[in-house]
Design a protein around this ligand. Structure first.
Ligand SMILES: Nc1ncnc2c1ncn2[C@@H]1O[C@H](COP(=O)(O)OP(=O)(O)O)[C@@H](O)[C@H]1O
Ligand SMILES: CC(=O)OP(=O)(O)O
Ligand SMILES: [Mg+2]
Length: 595
């Protein structure tokens, strides 16, 4: 894979099978006066030195020769990091000519990055004309960010022109979130993680249950944190001020925000190592820069914990996140109130060799703090292999049940609504063994309205759970999160009204679509508990593919997919029908089994 930046070139060769093994790694930087510095790792040995390449293009053109020199001869494909994929590219994409042209049009949105990425594509096509080239986009992981976080409150014409948050460093955020979940030993789907990527470019990402929910970079990689040479968040009012007071042009202002701001503008160095050295020697500018840097990052961690309604782990990565214990400490200090506290000794002695992801939170702290190297290169190699893997979907029919809004009640809830000692009356058996709809009904009430005669499904459960559709949420005036059954922490409350009384209870969710199945059917269908699959439902005209459908294997379960009324309406399914199961391509990249 090739990660070609504006000032450096990183190359990795991986053998991708069930896992990806790094065979060769090289980086070239500090290009000046006809030479550059390089670092090559092959077979566990690392060599560094000066090479006679005056620019990145020269280093790229020499790659086949360099690789042969290190006995790396058989390549199957080239994966490229492409920073901006805009709205069009939501997943890894094979680079044909129309794709390359489409990426070119995105250059104004990432002027430091996309041209360098495309240069690498261009030269790779020249030196390896017979190899497939694949683009892995920084923006792709963020395609799940909801409109409330991608939309800027600006004139409609601007939004129509494409102005919105995209977010970057997605490959890194995705990798470190997966790595953190492995380290914690819990499914990614159950975790609320803030990923903090601090390199030359820097960004924070709220990874909620495996998906990007928000991120600090915006339409361009300029928003958010303080970076090496980029400002991060500023008041957009500065454009008018600088233009009128200092007579600056838009180009001058933008160029300064990208290339002459951040640490560089505060200290004369864009390099955190040297900023830290100067601060230690008493340089007041460097000390202030470090404070600003840590403060901005800390604010984002707090904001994203609030955005997710909880926080299980913070992961640090990128050159600064991986290597600066003092920066990690400054960022975390003051967050004890939310259960986040680091152990200073663990923080000081972080060792990242061999893919380690050490935990550095204080013993007993609620929030884990994890440090790990980012592995964008490895992820790009994996995504490239997955994009080129032969796809042979074998559609398997699965029956589909449409769940209208309903509640599952706990014992205390039954008693609050129907009276002490009351027992619900099973009226209609459901297809899942032992489950039934009761003859009793309840009313749901929210700030905006009521939903009457809502079904109660038995038997009783330990926790009350209310499952509605998105449309029902608008009728009630409550924003319910999409959740797997039983994952109710931090869910909003709603009022339940019964004949004997009412109660205000949490547990309001839009149920995440899922397929119940038993071990025998799971084996026959090639499914496993926790896997995510794509399912096509409906007819040719209005049918839809429902992505990320969770497989839940349980002894004795009847194989059946559950969707809600909104989903059924969208695919124009009126009665229970049959969907066909398509093995999920994304499941190759996101571990399909997050156990
Ligand atoms: N030991 C260290 N202490 C503090 N900062 C470090 C250390 N090592 C690297 N860095 C910083 O990491 C940043 C570069 O991060 P990196 O992730 O390598 O960059 P890129 O985004 O270009 O891949 C620089 O600011 C560098 O000073
Ligand atoms: C998008 C971005 O900022 O990338 P980098 O950190 O490589 O500059
Ligand atoms: Mg249910």
């Amino acid at each position: 894979m090739v990660n070609c930046g504006s000032s450096s070139l990183k190359v990795g060769v991986f053998e991708v099978g069930k896992t990806a093994i790094e065979v060769f790694k090289a980086s070239y930087e500090k290009f000046e006066a006809g030479s550059c510095s390089y670092k090559i790792t092959r077979g566990g040995k690392t060599e560094t030195g000066e090479a006679a390449f005056g620019d990145i293009a020269a280093a790229l053109r020499a790659l086949p020769h360099i690789l042969r020199g290190h006995r790396v001869t058989e390549l199957d494909a080239v994966g490229h990091r492409v920073v901006h994929g805009g709205k069009k590219f939501r997943t890894t994409t094979i680079l044909d000519q129309p794709t390359i042209e489409a990426i070119k049009t995105l250059t104004p949105l990432a002027p430091l990055h996309n041209p360098a990425n495309l240069l690498a594509v261009h030269i790779a096509q020249e030196v390896w004309p017979n190899l497939p080239q694949v683009a892995v986009f920084d923006t792709a992981f963020h395609s799940t960010i909801p409109p409330r976080a991608t939309t800027y409150a600006v004139p409609k014409a601007w939004r129509d022109a494409g102005l919105r948050r995209f977010g970057f460093h997605g490959t890194s955020h995705k990798y470190v979130a997966i790595r953190a979940a492995e380290e914690i030993g819990a499914p990614l789907r159950d975790l609320q993680i803030v990923s903090v990527h601090l390199g030359n470019g820097a960004s924070v990402c709220a990874v909620s249950r495996g998906e990007s929910l928000d991120t600090s970079m915006g339409m361009t990689p300029l928003e958010g944190l303080v970076m090496g040479t980029r400002s991060g968040d500023v008041d957009p009012g500065l454009f008018g001020f600088l233009s009128r007071q200092l007579g600056m042009s838009i180009d001058e202002i933008e160029d300064a925000l990208y290339s002459n701001s951040g640490l560089l503008s505060l200290t004369n160095s864009s390099d955190m190592r040297s900023v830290e050295d100067r601060a230690a020697k008493g340089d007041a500018n460097a000390q202030l820069a470090i404070e600003i840097y840590a403060y901005r990052t800390r604010k984002y961690i707090g904001a994203y914990a609030a955005a997710m309604g909880g926080l299980d782990a913070v992961v640090f990565t990128g050159g600064i996140g991986e290597n600066s214990p003092s920066m990690r400490r400054r960022i975390c200090d003051g967050l004890e109130f939310m259960g986040l506290q680091i152990d200073h000794e663990r923080n000081q002695s972080v060792e990242l060799a061999d893919n380690a992801a050490p935990q550095i939170q204080a013993y007993g702290a609620k929030v884990r703090v994890i440090v790990t190297e980012t592995a964008e290169q490895l992820m790009i190699a994996r995504e490239t292999a997955a994009a080129l893997a032969p796809k042979a979907p074998v559609p398997q029919p699965v029956s589909v049940a449409v769940s209208a809004r309903h509640v599952h009640l706990s014992r205390p809830a039954v008693e609050a609504l129907f009276g002490t000692g009351y027992q619900l009356t099973p009226a209609v058996p459901l297809r899942q063994p032992g489950q039934w709809a009761a003859s009793e009904r309840v009313t749901l009430e929210g700030p905006k309205g009521r939903l009457e005669r809502v079904a109660i499904l038995g038997p009783e459960r330990p926790g009350t759970q209310i499952e509605i559709s998105r449309t029902d949420g608008f009728a009630l005036g409550i924003d319910a999160p999409v959740r797997d059954s039983g994952k109710l922490d931090g869910t909003p409350t709603v009022r339940l009204i019964g004949p004997a009384g009412s109660l205000e209870t949490g547990g309001l969710i839009v149920a995440a679509r899922h397929i119940h199945t038993n071990p025998d059917d799971a084996e026959r269908l090639g499914l496993a508990d926790g896997m995510l699959v794509d399912v096509h439902i409906g007819d040719e005209e209005r049918g839809l593919v429902f992505g990320k459908t969770l497989i839940r294997v349980g002894a004795g379960a009847v194989t059946e997919m559950h969707i809600d009324t909104d989903e059924a309406n969208a695919a124009d399914i009126r009665v229970n029908g049959e969907g066909s199961l398509v093995p999920d391509l994304r499941a190759v990249a996101v571990p399909s089994r997050e156990a």
